[in-house]
Design a protein around this ligand. Structure first.
Ligand SMILES: *Cc1c(COP(=O)(O)O)cnc(C)c1O
Length: 390
């Protein structure tokens, strides 16, 4: 560990702080560090490792695609790219022709594409929620609420209004006939898994319609089965104009997508946007393998049942004042600002969790997490809290 930690400090830019572990391998929801210590990974690479680590379906898809056709540029297309675009539209409940997809390599790039798409309405104003996280590139950063992330890089692309998350009246007051889009996460991830009131997205849809603005949902963290549904917004019946996805989409292989529904799918025209790697056959094959496995192994149902068990078990301890989220997207509000201590004690005990804010713990484990993994964590949890709050 120490050897790589020192070499990391000497050779890798210090943007993330010192790494907590040097990891060597993984299998399912478990990872091992270079000392051979095993951990249950309850963060899943931040909601990325949908099928856990080293899942044979992804390994096979990636190796066989790379051995057949790895990269071709966007002068050309390939079967995996077209099949994935069609599949994503189907998962959104659309019929053929009711939407269009732009592929990227990451979440922030998916949001950049969507941000540029909103400019093609002829308007520039975007209304975004406080507590939001939409990425670190200049455009996505302009739409991200945390001032500490934004301030050092100003000026950023402007004309952005931030409103309190979950407050439909504040949204209605901020949106005008000059507004290009309302951008929301259906459940806020980086804020510590914050769930808005039930009718919030419907209210946002109504406000957007009233002013001719687009409703853009960032499902980069909440999508691809994390909540027990393909997308967190699907249960609300709200139809957005734009959906961005990434994280779990490739199950660990980098890929993102900006999906335009209806007319929003044709706002970006030839020459408006581009990417060298986005939509390459290998990434698309990985994503198709993720989706196929979630379907074949009935993982949405598994996520719903296991997520409920996990959240119920965690709610029992009075040192947790609130358990939020859906499926395997879980936020724990602690009774004190000790999330860093809790994350450290959990790591010591062999569990990877995330201290999203000083008082909130976030869990976003692989969708293939097992009941044994959940039982092990629920058994260790009170002792982790004892340790952290001692
Ligand atoms: C992680 C995340 C992003 C940014 O994705 P990157 O792949 O890190 O660029 C954007 N929006 C949401 C909601 C996210 O959780």
């Amino acid at each position: 560990m120490s050897d790589y930690a020192e070499r990391y400090a000497a050779s890798v830019m210090n943007t993330f702080g010192p790494p907590k572990l040097v990891l060597a391998r993984g299998e399912g929801a478990h990872v091992w560090d270079t000392d051979g210590k095993e951990y249950v990974d309850l963060l899943g690479g931040i909601a990325v490792n949908a099928l856990g680590h080293a899942h044979p379906a992804i390994v096979d898809a990636v190796t066989s695609q790379l051995g057949t056709l790895g990269h071709i540029s966007n002068f050309f297309t390939s079967a995996p790219q077209v099949e994935l675009a069609e599949k994503l539209l189907t998962l959104l409940g659309l019929e053929p022709g009711e939407g269009k997809v732009f592929f990227t390599n990451s979440g922030t790039e998916a949001n950049e594409a969507a941000f540029k798409l909103t400019r093609r309405t002829g308007r520039t104003h975007v209304v975004v929620a406080e507590g939001s996280f939409h990425g670190r590139t200049m455009g996505a950063l302009a739409l991200t609420s945390k001032e500490a992330y934004r301030t050092p890089f100003e000026p950023l692309p402007g004309d952005v209004t931030f409103v309190p998350y979950g407050d439909a009246d504040a949204l209605a007051a901020a949106v005008t006939d000059e507004t290009a889009a309302i951008l929301l996460e259906p459940i806020q991830g980086e804020a510590g898994v914050v769930v808005p009131p039930e009718d919030y997205l419907a209210a946002a849809r109504a406000v957007a319609d009233e002013h001719g603005a687009l409703l853009w949902l960032d499902e980069i963290q909440s999508g691809m089965g994390r909540t027990g549904a393909w997308f967190a917004h699907l249960g609300t019946g709200v139809r957005p104009d734009v959906v961005t996805v990434a994280k779990g989409l490739g199950g660990g292989f980098p890929i993102g997508a900006c999906i335009g529904l209806g007319d929003a799918g044709t706002l970006l025209e030839p020459g408006n946007h581009g990417t060298t790697f986005g939509g390459n056959p290998v990434a698309c094959a990985a994503a198709l393998a993720v989706i196929r496995t979630i379907e074949d192994e009935d993982l949405l149902e598994h996520v719903t049942v296991l997520g409920q068990k996990l959240r119920d078990g965690l709610a029992v301890d009075p040192r947790v004042t609130e358990v939020r989220g859906d499926g395997l997207f879980v936020g724990l509000e602690l009774a004190a600002d000790v999330s860093a201590e809790v994350a450290a004690a959990a790591l010591e005990a062999g569990f990877i969790v995330n201290n999203a804010t000083p008082r909130r713990i976030r869990l976003a484990p692989p969708l293939v997490l097992t009941e044994d993994d959940v039982n092990a964590f629920l058994e260790a949890w009170p002792k982790i809290l004892d340790e952290a709050m001692a």
